[in-house]
Ligand binder design. Structure first.
Ligand code: 8HG
Length: 299
């Protein structure tokens, strides 16, 4: 197991925790609040608790210690190293992006502990269908409600019940009105239709990790409720297609404010970004998205 640059890994079986000393390029706030995920929430002590791949985890950073609680070395090695992409050297990505221009340099400094999570493809497919024309706090609330209703109970942690993300079957078997009752709005039919299609094709969504970025985005757009922007987000956060450049209103603003992009259509803006940042467009996009959204730039 190779880990992003660090000094020491301390395994505490008794307390079910893994502590990494001196772990570079890892800040829970940056990771969980940069817009890529919806199932992680801050605790009063500044740590974050969330659920992924059916496991509940608490993550904190105090001085130079990153602490993963409610886990063991087995799960850390098999699930979390991959999920947090700890085998990738972010120092190299950051150095390369910082050199591009002064805006990226600022954005990378601001979100210096961002890592793009390797999330489950199916969960991303439905989550970003819900994200269309929606705000992040609301997207989080809808996903939480759907999971409580149609997911499987996993664990009570720190006084809160955690449920897995619902399966395609769970949505397919549920009446559209019931899905809508979870505040999905007009997206209820997209969730239902997409779930049915995945079941009918017996499709393993994560298999799209094995195909090219273009093929992946094309297949994703064949699902109901998935346009170019939503497909870009799913491809980036669920399929590791780092040549994706999702353009929402924030990214559009940043491209206009910083890169003199004209008031072009979203598909044109997307092409503009991909041409500007190439195979690392997804990483550039994430630092920029976090930077403009947190600082409300261009508003
Ligand atoms: O990480 C994200 N990048 C981009 N470009 N758009 C995102 C991210 N996360 C996220 O939720 N969105 C979309 O932005 C969904 C929604 O349309 C809007 C919320 O600000």
């Amino acid at each position: 197991m190779f880990l992003e640059e660090h000094d020491e890994v301390i395994i505490d079986d008794e307390n079910r925790s893994i502590t990494i000393k001196g772990l570079k390029n890892f800040n829970p706030k940056h990771i969980f609040e940069c817009g890529q995920c919806f199932r992680w929430d801050p605790e009063e002590d500044g740590s974050y608790t969330g659920i992924a791949f059916g496991k509940v985890l608490n993550v904190s950073k105090v001085d130079d210690l990153v602490v993963f609680k409610n886990t063991n070395f087995e799960d850390f090695k098999n699930i979390w190293v991959e999920y947090f992409d700890l085998n990738r050297r972010y120092s190299e990505i950051k150095e390369m992006l910082s050199k591009k221009d002064k805006y990226l340099n600022e954005a990378v400094k601001f979100g210096d502990g961002i890592r793009i999570l390797k999330q489950d493809g199916w969960e991303m497919l439905i989550s970003f269908i819900i994200s269309a024309n929606n705000r992040i706090p609301m997207i989080k609330r809808v996903i939480d409600t759907l999971s409580k209703k149609y997911g499987v109970f996993v664990q009570n942690y720190n006084g809160k019940d955690f449920y897995s993300f619902p399966s395609p079957i769970a949505f397919a078997e549920t009446h559209m009105q019931e899905i809508r009752a979870c505040s999905t709005g007009f997206r209820d039919k997209y969730i239902k239709k997409t779930s049915e299609a995945v079941i009918l094709e017996d499709f393993e969504v994560n298999s799209l990790r094995e195909v090219s970025g273009d093929e992946c985005r094309k297949k994703l757009m064949s699902y109901s409720g998935v346009g170019a922007k939503v497909a870009d987000c799913i491809a980036l956060f669920g399929m590791q297609k780092y040549d994706s450049f999702p353009v929402d209103v924030w990214v559009k603003r940043v491209m206009q404010e910083f890169y003199n992009a004209q008031d072009m259509s979203l598909p044109k803006m997307r092409k503009f970004g991909v041409e500007l940042f190439g195979k690392d467009a997804g990483f550039a996009q994430q630092y920029l998205f976090y930077y403009v959204r947190e600082n409300q730039i261009g508003k």
